[in-house]
Design a protein around this ligand. Structure first.
Ligand code: SF4
Length: 458
């Protein structure tokens, strides 16, 4: 990554939108942080398509719309670092790892999502986190956070905060973060620190002490100079606090420790890589597979989805089960499609597979059967009662022929072949590689399935 190229005219003179209108209150430190961030990016000349800006909930989360061309993701409160970690890891594993991911988070979000920060630091993922610390939750009315200094007046501490603030940088330093810095938004060294943090290959965090002019300033008679006093009073050293070159990134360790040990292959990669066979399916089809927890419903769905991917299809799988993992229902909602899937929800399933009474109860509770029409097909274990539905009901002895442990897999294999979701040969080939059970016996039993009754209702 290029850093500090000043001798040639920059290709990107700004990363901000034209005539940006900063939506923050007058004097808010966020404006200064975003201007400095833009300057750092201009200095580093990272191509916009190689930048992902991940914002948290809070006033700073309004930053997304101020930047142009780069990727932006606005996330749930406190979780921005977790999203960024996922983005960075996916980019490293699935692409070239050339994306720079930058998180903008407030002190409230940082405390809510502290575990995510700690985890990103421990992993040492290539993510730069800028914590905009103004000691309050600005967007929700100036409540105190866990970094609010003692005596500080906030909406939740009107008589002054009586508990000591947490030292975020100390926590992250103790969590092996290789680059940790703290500064003031107005400090002349802030732009250089930002450049250093963004150019850092691995996890880097900067805590930026700044002003919330709407709440923190009037309630505490605060100004820029007093921020430095607050830092001194709390022993919050400013500048670079950790600069460790001895830590390899998570991806480096993973490549060395896992990929190398797997003969240079990414484990599981062969499951997800399409082999380019011509898909049998011409139009997208949705499937509900409903059975009992502990009867391999979701892993069966995963196997058939894997075979479909290997056959060149797009698939999506959404699982659900009760909090208790080994009792009650287990359901997978699946899409098989020759085209890219942009929406994974299922309103009216094309195929419903029900292999147990737990599965039937869940399907009924979600009113799937009420929404079917005459083109919908239901394959149901013949021991189960069925209510009125417009779909065509086919009854099969799944549990009697396949047993409880293979009823879900057998039913899905049966439906996938019968409905031409995948080719039987491709499915068998895939299961031989990835299913631990006896594939020949499974297919022999599936072949033995005799329909006991068909019900067609107008
Ligand atoms: S409420 Fe505070 S943090 Fe939010 S924009 Fe206004 S000054 Fe900035």
């Amino acid at each position: 990554m290029a850093t500090g190229v000043t001798s040639v005219l920059p290709i990107h003179s700004t990363y901000l939108v034209d005539e940006p209108r900063f939506p923050f209150c007058k004097g808010c430190g966020h404006t200064s942080v975003l201007r400095r961030l833009n300057e750092a990016l201009v200095e580093l000349q990272i191509p916009p398509h190689r930048l992902a800006l991940v914002t948290d909930i809070g006033c700073i989360g309004l930053a997304d719309g101020l930047f142009k061309e780069l990727h932006t993701v606005h996330t749930t409160h406190g979780r921005s670092t977790a999203f960024a970690t996922g983005i960075a890891l996916a980019d490293s594993v699935l692409d070239k790892g050339s994306l720079k991911t930058v998180v903008l988070i407030g002190d409230g979000g940082a405390m809510i999502g502290l575990q995510h920060l700690v985890h990103a630091a421990v992993l040492n993922v290539d993510v730069t986190v800028i914590i905009c610390d103004n000691f309050v939750y600005g967007m929700t009315g100036g409540q105190g956070s866990s970094v609010t200094p003692e005596c500080f007046v906030t909406a939740t501490t009107p008589a002054g905060n009586i508990v000591p603030p947490i030292d975020l940088c100390a926590i992250l330093k103790a969590s092996h973060a290789p680059f940790v810095a703290r500064t003031l938004a107005t400090d002349p060294t802030f732009p250089q620190l930002l450049q250093q943090a963004i150019a850092w290959e691995g996890f880097a965090v900067i805590e930026v002490l700044e002003l919330c002019t709407e709440f923190a300033v009037p309630a505490n008679n605060l100004d820029g100079r007093k921020l430095r006093d607050i830092a001194d009073r709390n022993g919050w050293t400013l500048g670079v606090l950790a600069d460790r070159k001895d830590r390899s990134t998570f991806v480096e360790r993973w490549k060395e420790g896992v990929v190398k040990g797997n003969g240079g292959q990414v484990p599981g990669d062969e499951i997800l890589r399409p082999v380019g066979k011509v898909p049998m399916l011409k139009h997208a089809k949705s499937v509900i597979l409903a059975g009992s927890a502990g009867e391999r419903v979701q892993s069966s769905a995963g196997l058939v989805c894997g075979a479909a991917i290997a056959g060149g299809l797009f698939v999506s799988q959404k699982n659900d089960n009760p909090v208790t993992q080994g009792s009650g229902f287990s359901v997978s909602e699946l899409w098989f499609s020759p085209e890219e899937i942009v929406f994974t929800g299922i309103q009216r399933p094309d195929i419903v597979l029900i292999t147990s009474s737990d599965g039937l109860k869940d399907v009924l509770s979600r009113s799937f059967l009420d929404r079917l029409d005459s083109s919908s097909v239901i394959y149901v274990d013949d021991s189960l009662p069925m209510q009125e539905t417009k779909g065509i009901v086919h009854r099969f002895p799944f549990r009697r022929v396949l047993g409880a442990r293979e009823a879900a897999l057998g039913a899905l294999v049966f439906a996938a072949v019968r409905q031409h979701l995948v080719s039987p040969e491709g499915l068998q080939e895939f299961l031989r590689k990835h299913y631990r059970g006896n594939v020949d016996e499974l297919f022999a039993r599936v072949d033995c399935l005799q329909e006991t009754r068909t019900e067609v209702r107008a």
